[in-house]
Design a protein around this ligand. Structure first.
Ligand code: AMP
Length: 125
């Protein structure tokens, strides 16, 4: 993959403990914390601990263990927050921005997990 990772990005600094975060879940390979500027009552950012820039970088280069750990962490958050439709919750949305057109601001792969109110259509037309 032709990605170069910038270790000075804000999520890298969170992972190094240089700036604080409100942790929701932490596993061996994954950290989830509250978004500082939430777009919904629940707005959690889920990030791998490894140096991946965006979704396709992570999907291509991360180990199977990291990928499984990441997605199991998302499931764990859904369970913990009671938002899983499979367990009586009202549901949620996950999304990930990549690059310029995706409007990615922080160049460390992250999944947004949004919930807590009806979220409307996926994109404004
Ligand atoms: P994106 O546009 O997909 O790169 O989203 C970056 C997200 O990171 C935005 O929703 C920001 O509110 C969030 N964010 C930026 N800095 C922090 C921080 N220090 N702690 C938590 N969330 C942050």
């Amino acid at each position: 993959m032709a990605y170069s990772y910038d270790p000075t990005n804000i999520f890298a600094r969170i992972l190094r403990g240089e700036i604080p975060n409100r942790t929701v879940i932490e596993t061996e390979h994954t950290l989830a914390f509250e978004d500082i500027n939430p777009s919904a009552p629940v707005h959690v950012l889920v990030i791998p601990k490894g140096p991946y820039v965006c979704f396709d970088h992570f999907a291509a280069d991360a180990s199977a263990e990291e990928i499984a750990d990441f997605h199991r962490a998302v499931a764990g958050i859904c369970r913990k927050l009671g938002i899983s439709p499979g367990e009586g919750g009202q549901g949620y949305r996950v999304l990930s921005n990549a690059g310029h057109h995706g409007h990615q601001e922080v160049p460390h792969y992250h999944m947004h997990l949004l919930a807590g109110r009806p979220l409307g259509p996926m994109l404004a037309r």
